[in-house]
Design a protein around this ligand. Structure first.
Ligand SMILES: *[C@@H]1O[C@H](CO)[C@@H](O)[C@H](O)[C@H]1NC(C)=O
Ligand SMILES: *[C@@H]1O[C@H](CO)[C@@H](O)[C@H](O)[C@H]1NC(C)=O
Length: 393
């Protein structure tokens, strides 16, 4: 039973699109949901890159903004790993939410939105909740997009984990960028509650609400390349990685799961470097110092820093070197094939790189390109938080 208490301790599965109902029960208290592909989805590299800047309220570099604009009209038939969504029951409704370790709000499309803004989304009907009078929230991005609303106390269920009373941030207005992403009905923020945006007083994240009821105060992300992944709440699944877990301390002073890597390797060539970055499931790409990015693409035949695409691209047939970081004294590796984010268009000739510059962000972002290679443990069992990395098989 993985040492699970009476409330079972596991949750969900991520899907790139809309998930089907529960498919099978693998182990007691765990479940998997099969990913289904629905419709067409844009996975433009520059758009994913731009989102990272907007999320952290940083100015989007002009070439990235321009490329994202042009990319928005190019429909790509396949889907790529631009978002991992999990079904979550909020009050009486089930929504597909993005589990985001880089933010701390649980906010949802709600019945308080004008009906035009609800179109295409599953919504939380606030009728089941109890309004927390006076509480409001607002998330705004550098480009003027964002969401805002009021707060309800309601039951939230993720897999077999139930928060009997969770602060649910119900949107009353949502900017068009969010409305257009119809796969996504909101976010489950899993960063530290200190950066929750509810005013006058921050509320606790889902994890902070339920952690006292978990056998172990931790959750783990098991994201996959091109496939659905799983989040485990309250226990470590030792079948999901090879070798041992390496732990590294977390600096939560900015509200993020921030850690420091002491070196990076391109292929087998190792270079010492202090890299401070955050583990962010809500960002698609791996954003690092420009010097590392440049060094990486030097090893990729035909690659270029392409201003029309807003970042580094290469021929889709190129062989990509593995990329590793050293953390807690151990090397943790992203296979070269994972470093390809997506083709830039339907011809499939040129691909957008999974590693791009963090210029202007202020820290590195270890997004899904990196996280998909690891079983990542977000751990609060110790007196100060830590991250554990186990290499996926
Ligand atoms: C934790 O478990 C107790 C006992 O089952 C329950 O009363 C409480 O509501 C649970 N807490 C949360 C946040 O769900
Ligand atoms: C890529 O080119 C842009 C200008 O198009 C420049 O601002 C950026 O610094 C370059 N990136 C790297 C990693 O050198």
């Amino acid at each position: 039973m993985h040492g699970i208490k009476s409330i079972a301790a596991i949750a969900g599965l991520a899907s790139l699109a809309v998930a089907s109902p529960v498919e099978k029960r693998a182990t007691p208290g765990s479940f998997q949901i099969k990913q289904v592909q629905t419709g067409q989805k844009l996975a433009v590299g520059a758009v994913a890159y731009q989102k990272a800047y907007q999320k952290y309220n940083k100015a989007v570099p002009a070439v990235v903004a321009a490329a994202a604009q042009q990319g928005a009209v190019t429909a790509t038939p396949e889907q790529y790993d631009s978002e991992y969504l999990c079904p979550v029951t909020v009050g009486a409704n089930t929504l597909n939410l993005d589990f985001d370790t880089g933010s701390a709000d649980l906010w949802v499309f709600s019945s308080l939105l004008p009906s035009s803004e609800q179109a295409g989304h599953s919504i939380y009907n606030v009728a089941s909740g109890k309004k927390i009078t006076g509480d409001t929230w607002k998330i705004s991005y550098g480009d003027g997009s964002g969401a805002a609303g009021t707060v309800y106390a309601d039951k939230v269920v993720i897999g077999p984990v139930t928060a009997t009373t969770q602060a649910v941030e119900a949107a009353t207005s949502i900017s068009s960028a969010f409305q257009q992403d119809t796969d996504n009905d909101g976010l489950v923020g899993l960063a530290f509650s200190t950066i929750n945006t509810v005013s006058p007083k921050p509320v606790t994240t889902f994890f902070d609400t339920v952690k006292a009821n978990l056998t172990s105060k931790l959750f783990a992300a098991d994201l996959k390349k091109g496939a659905a992944g799983v989040y485990d709440f309250g226990y470590i699944d030792t079948t999901k990685y090879t070798g041992s877990i390496v732990y590294t301390p977390v600096d939560s002073s900015q509200g993020f799961w921030m850690f420091t890597s002491t070196a990076y390797s391109i292929g087998t060539t190792k270079t010492s470097a202090s890299i401070s970055g955050i583990a962010d499931t809500g960002t698609s790409l791996l954003l690092l110092d420009a010097s590392i990015v440049t060094a990486y693409y030097k090893k990729v035949t035909g690659s270029k820093n392409d201003s029309t695409q807003g970042g580094y691209t290469f021929p889709c047939t190129a062989t990509l070197p593995d990329f590793s970081i050293t953390v807690g004294g151990a090397v943790r590796t992203v296979p070269g094939s994972y470093m390809n984010f997506a083709p830039i268009d339907n011809t499939g000739k040129t691909c957008f790189g999974g590693i791009q510059s963090n210029a202007g962000v202020g820290f590195s972002i270890f997004g899904d390109i990196f996280l998909k290679s690891q079983y990542v443990i977000f751990d609060q069992t110790t007196s100060s938080p830590r991250l554990g990395f186990g290499q996926q098989a």
